[in-house]
Design a protein around this ligand. Structure first.
Ligand SMILES: Cc1cc2nc3c(=O)[nH]c(=O)nc-3n(C[C@H](O)[C@H](O)[C@H](O)COP(=O)(O)OP(=O)(O)OC[C@H]3O[C@@H](n4cnc5c(N)ncnc54)[C@H](O)[C@@H]3O)c2cc1C
Length: 363
């Protein structure tokens, strides 16, 4: 690090890493605090879905920005960040989502049963509404995290931040092993963000939930092309299923978008609910994805943080020179969100869509 940074980022999940990379792109020195292993919080595990489909046209536009950034950063860092296999959606949601995508100029189109079987060969026969988002695909999560951590070098400090507070016209960050002051700070601490915000008297309307996703082995040869899947059809017994491929297409991660709500103290009202969700995901695989061996080979349990205005809701709160982003399904939003926050940290003005009152991503 050439000079003492004037900006800090708390948290090296995908949002913090994208914010830090966007700051470095602007020639801004930054320090990144991470209490654990980078990319092992909500951002952990292999693969995520990159899709453009959203109910809110503003979020479609932000996702288009993110897709271009994943491509450009991937070239700069010489790593594939999103697979080129596409994102498939089946079920009634296609009818409302496809027109919005086409209006936004996203390369998305209706596909028939034959083409569906070609891009999603694991799925049982299905002839209802189906669409393909050609620039959607599986996010290479581990490769992305490693690629964004590498340029940070000693700017990344393994330390837990206990408080952020304004001191004169600066922001003081107290972490387990140090106290530093900055001009601006972004708290991208996932589930830890609301806690640090409350220290400054800011109550973020975030609902914590616990979530489970299972990974299954592909039967036989891994397919050349394996699109991600969202199933709202109910034809196979569930209406909120998502799935993405692990690099190499030999494994497929499947989950129900439902989460089990957590109490404020992080305890779970119903201890059986996570097991029920896992059981339902495995039962769905037996019915819908004959191309998979129904015995799970891996599991991911993690917290999710959802805003009241929608599962894809995202917003950034601001107080005393500190930015507090919050929301869910942020892997696909992170490059644009991080870039817009970097702009807000440098220019002191945040993109208007990110203001909480804009309710970005509302359903
Ligand atoms: C199973 C599952 C499937 C998902 N599927 C998708 C999908 O298909 N597409 C999609 O876009 N999104 C998906 N999501 C959501 C997405 O993963 C999250 O929205 C995203 O990872 C959030 O990233 P983040 O950087 O905000 O949080 P995190 O990854 O949690 O990062 C926060 C970091 O801050 C650190 N930290 C916390 N407190 C402190 C502190 N006080 N001091 C220092 N460090 C601290 C943590 O250790 C952590 O590393 C999924 C999530 C789950 C769990």
């Amino acid at each position: 690090m050439s000079e003492e940074p004037r900006v800090a980022v708390v948290g090296a999940g995908i949002v913090g890493l994208c914010t830090a990379y966007a700051l470095l792109e602007r020639g801004v020195e930054v320090r990144v605090y991470e209490q654990g292993v980078p990319g092992n919080g909500q951002s952990g595990g292999s693969s995520r879905i990159f899709r453009h489909a959203h109910d809110d046209p503003r979020l479609i536009a932000a996702t288009q920005e993110s897709r271009d950034l994943y491509d450009r950063w991937g070239q700069e860092l010489e790593v594939e960040m999103v697979s080129g296999d596409g994102a498939v959606a089946i079920g009634p949601a296609v009818e409302s989502k496809l027109p919005l995508l086409q209006e936004a100029g996203v390369a998305a189109r209706r596909i028939d049963a034959g083409e569906l079987a070609a891009v999603q060969p694991l799925l049982a026969p299905y002839d209802g509404p189906a669409m393909l988002d050609e620039r959607g695909g599986s996010i290479r999560t581990t490769a992305v995290v490693d690629a964004l951590v590498a340029p940070l070098g000693d700017r990344l400090v393994r330390d837990e931040v206990l408080s952020v507070r304004p001191v004169a016209d600066e922001v003081e960050v107290r972490s387990s092993g140090s106290t530093h002051r900055y001009d601006r700070v972004a708290v991208c601490a996932g589930r830890g963000t609301a806690h640090l915000a409350r220290t400054l008297g800011l109550a973020l309307p975030v609902q914590d939930g616990a979530h489970v996703r299972l990974t299954f082995a592909v039967r036989g040869e891994p397919p050349q092309r394996l699109a991600t899947l969202q199933d709202s059809s109910g034809v196979f017994g569930e209406t909120g299923v998502y799935a993405a491929a692990v690099p190499g297409n030999a494994e497929y991660a499947v989950g129900l978008s439902q989460t089990t709500r957590a109490r404020d103290d992080a305890s779970l009202p119903d201890p059986d609910e996570l097991a029920d969700l896992a059981g339902r995901a495995a039962a769905y695989v037996r019915r819908a994805l004959p191309g998979l061996d129904p015995e799970p080979v891996d599991v991911r349990h993690c917290w999710v943080t959802t805003l009241p205005w929608g599962e894809d809701g995202v917003g950034v709160w601001e107080r005393d020179g500190v930015l507090f982003p919050a929301g869910h399904n942020l892997w696909k939003q992170a490059p644009a969100l991080g870039t817009r926050m970097a702009g807000g940290l440098v220019a002191q003005t945040l993109h208007p869509d990110l203001h909480p009152s804009a309710r970005l991503g509302r359903g």
